[in-house]
Design a protein around this ligand. Structure first.
Ligand code: ASP
Length: 411
């Protein structure tokens, strides 16, 4: 009997967790754990490397072709506005969930910031004001395309490919050959993504084994209340609210969606990187969820860097957690500032592991909270990153389905 790829991936994930628990049980001093985590580290990195290998050509060709095809159908404007509108609204919804949960359960109230003094005093943060952050973000949009391609700067590649796609359509017949070349290039890369997916079960097993083996359970215990509040609200947003929005707008049943999206969700969970998962996300959206390539090719790569529901929720909840630790009460206006800056911080965070941690400086600073407190959250970040990345990627796939539905309606 031959197992389907989906079942293999699930089996891989399960085995990875069991293996990780085994390593953790044997302890870091044991030879088996040392060698085992070394091999798992190698295999996991290899899987991420091959995904990253196809990422840049995939983003470039899929956006350029997607835009070129949209323009031909004169839908570009509606797709743009609906996509950005969906991104903003879904992030606001997720932040509201995070803020409400943090207000109700007040994680960190009993704890004291002094307890973490040691960790914080060794932590060096770069200050970053909101205007500085915004100007850095805007400067990052328009970059020499060769530099952007070489540095895998996804957002800058998206912008350049977008302009190229528009120029291709305006140029019409004259540049037909270039468009055909890009289209065929895209097909070839997707073919390679198909091969890479065969490695997914092993890659995911290795990544999860290493993650579980390296968890610091002691620290998890002391921050348990915060971890539960964040995970609970991320799961509520990802498994109840987002599917509900999807169902109300498109009529697609949640189970049907998760069946089509699971390869990407598990990959996002294991890699903690929306960018590395992008090839898989695109494949799921087009092949399993039947989003038209021109819509998926536009919404998914853009969403991988801009649309991060999980990250936005986390940043807001973490700000309230730090406020509780510091014994500061944030009023409604301050919480509104947290909402806004959390969204900016999530938009500005690249789709790589722990990126949200870096941009959180912005949120804490905006309401005068001690930025060094990030040190308290660092040890549990790897675990929380898995869930928030999964919901980030889920939001992109739901976004592509919603946009497809809304632009297909007659105005
Ligand atoms: N790891 C997340 C992502 O790639 C970003 C973050 O929240 O750190 O989507």
């Amino acid at each position: 009997m031959k197992l389907s790829l989906n079942s293999q991936i699930f089996l891989g994930a399960l085995l990875g967790v069991l293996l990780g628990l085994g390593f953790a049980r044997l302890g870091p001093a044991s030879d088996i754990t040392r060698n085992g985590t070394y091999v798992c580290g190698l295999l996991g990195e290899l899987f991420i490397d091959v995904l990253k290998m196809v990422l840049v050509p995939l983003v470039f060709t899929s956006i350029a072709c997607g835009v070129a095809n949209l323009r031909q159908h004169e839908q570009m404007h509606r797709v743009w506005t609906t996509t950005l509108g969906f991104f903003v609204l879904s992030m606001v919804l997720s932040i509201l969930v995070g803020l409400s949960a943090a207000n109700i359960f007040e994680p960190g109230k009993g704890l004291n910031l002094d307890l973490f003094h040691d960790a914080m005093s060794h932590f060096d943060v770069k200050q970053m004001s909101l205007p500085e952050f915004i100007s850095k973000f805007i400067h990052g949009l328009f970059v020499n395309p060769f530099a952007a391609l070489a540095q895998a700067n996804v957002l800058a590649i998206v912008i350049f490919a977008l302009l190229l796609g528009i120029a291709l359509v305006l140029g019409g017949e004259r540049y037909r050959n270039i468009l055909v070349l890009l289209q065929e290039g895209l097909e070839l890369i997707l073919q390679m993504v198909g091969w890479i997916m065969r490695l997914a079960p092993i890659g995911i097993m290795a990544l999860l084994a290493q993650l579980v083996a390296n968890q610091n359970t002691e620290l998890l215990g002391s921050l348990a209340q915060f971890v539960v509040v964040v995970l609970g609200s991320i799961l509520l947003h990802g498994f109840v609210l987002l599917p509900l929005v999807l169902y109300l707008i498109t009529g697609k049943k949640p189970l049907q969606f998760f069946r089509g999206a699971r390869e990407a969700l598990v990959t996002a969970f294991a890699t903690s990187s929306s960018s590395a998962t992008l090839p898989v996300t695109l494949r799921c959206a087009e092949q399993h969820l039947h989003v038209k390539p021109e819509i998926a090719g536009f919404v998914i790569p853009l969403g991988a860097t801009l649309n991060m529901d999980g990250t936005a929720l986390y940043e807001a909840a973490a700000a309230l957690f730090v406020a509780n630790l510091a014994g500061v009460e944030l009023n409604l206006v301050q919480q509104f500032i947290v909402l806004f800056t959390s969204m900016m911080a999530a938009i500005g965070a690249p789709g790589i592991p722990s990126a949200g941690m870096v941009t959180m400086v912005l949120v804490l600073q905006s309401v005068g909270l001690p930025v060094e407190a990030i040190a308290v959250l660092l040890p549990i970040d790897r675990l929380l990153d898995t869930f928030r990345t999964m919901v980030n990627v889920e939001g992109d796939m739901i976004g592509s389905l919603v946009v497809q539905k809304l632009v297909s309606r007659k105005p």
